[in-house]
Design a protein around this ligand. Structure first.
Ligand code: SF4
Ligand code: SF4
Length: 173
């Protein structure tokens, strides 16, 4: 739902709005499953690429996060957007339990003492494409091709997420 002054960020903070958003995707999807083949195919492509990039991210995280003294999730403002919800629903047939919020201490509500409580493919895409300066330095040490390869994968995922949303909307017209 758009805020009068523009899109509300993060969207669907109120449980009623969150439930309405999920319900509208669920109902639209149930009535148009066949027509959503292109959107579902793109969602699968995004999943493949996310699995590939996740392996790279895990490698970077293993080298940087355990010794980090300024954990990004304690101050990040992240949320599920419409493409995240579509991606998760079209691939896994379910939705996240709730919109992400910030706790009283300002940290992401999904952050636990042992790290993120969400599986990587079930996190907002925002969390995947963020690469901190330490990780960029590690990537630079992996050779000149490492960062362009990472960026190319990210660009492909972004493009397919946009196309997935466009196909979803087109199928429901
Ligand atoms: S991604 Fe970077 S900033 Fe975030 S916890 Fe890991 S090392 Fe720290
Ligand atoms: S969803 Fe997980 S990875 Fe993303 S900011 Fe929250 S705790 Fe960090």
């Amino acid at each position: 739902m758009d805020h009068p002054a523009g899109p509300e960020i993060p969207p669907w903070k109120i449980p009623e709005e969150w439930n309405q958003a999920l319900q509208s995707i669920e109902i639209s999807t149930q009535h148009s499953w066949e027509m959503l083949e292109n959107a579902r195919m793109l969602a699968r492509d995004v999943k493949q690429d996310l699995m590939e990039i996740s392996a790279l991210i895990e490698g970077l995280a293993n080298q940087t996060c355990p010794v980090c003294d300024d954990i990004c999730c304690t101050r990040a403002t992240v949320w599920f957007d419409f493409r995240d919800l579509l991606f998760i629903y079209l691939n896994f047939g379910r939705f996240p339990v709730s919109q992400i919020t910030r706790g009283l201490n300002g940290a992401c509500s999904c952050l636990s003492p042992t790290g993120c409580t969400l599986e990587r493919l079930h996190r907002p895409f925002l969390c995947t494409w963020y690469c901190c300066p330490d990780q960029i330095r590690v990537m630079a040490g992996e050779g000149p091709g490492a960062r362009p390869a990472f960026e190319a994968l990210l660009a492909g995922i972004k493009a397919n997420r946009i196309a997935m949303e466009a196909e979803f909307i087109a199928a429901l017209r």
